[in-house]
Design a protein around this ligand. Sequence first.
Ligand code: 13P
Length: 247
Amino acid sequence: MNRRKLVVGNWKMNGTRVGNVDLLGALREAGPYVAEVAVCAPFPYLADVALSLQGADVAWGAQDCSAHESGAYTGEVSAPMLAEYGCRYVIVGHSERRAYHAESDQLVADKAKVALAHKLTPIVCVGETLAEREAGQTDAVVKRQMSAVIHTLGHCISQVVVAYEPVWAIGTGKTATPEQAQAVHALLRAQLKAASEKAGEMKILYGGSVKPDNAATLFAQADIDGGLIGGASLKAADFIAICRAGA
Ligand code: 13P
């Protein structure tokens, strides 16, 4: 199966309006790309990002959305709002949301469902903590997280992008080895195959300390279809190099 690679920058809570112009200008200039490229920016920047990337070979998205369509949910941002700003993607279930905002597997699944209903592609994140890995629970944890989304979306599961992000590799400089990552990706692919005949076409990204010097080896693994990039997506040269590693 020849899946086009996807490289997504997750800016997290970083950026400034002025700095973003430079970063996005550099990404636009470096295109077109062989891989599909996107950036997921903080909510207040989405209007600027949409303007900067109009007509560029780079898509954009957000880092979270509400599980509700509209209503009395102070501080939340809905999927229809993101669609209005031209978002193609929305990250749901990032480990930072699961850990700091107590997001449950079911809430993450509900967010993915509302995103799909508004024609956004959810990037569903799964991944184990260091304690879980050391206790031999990696497979059980990622399968449990994935299973909530499969159960909620049914056959629509084939429309999501999955990101495997081992929590111990995020922002730590400790990347999973290509073999460790591939093993979990293969497990997720098998689980998705049991749920959808289109699972062979689905993209499963790796995230966690992806850098220009390790991207190509990770992306060369059979079931790794690109990356979800944190820190290195804030530096134009590094992010562009990683996007090109997805060729
Ligand atoms: P780092 O690339 O900074 O480790 O972050 C990975 C991540 O959490 C992307 O969503």
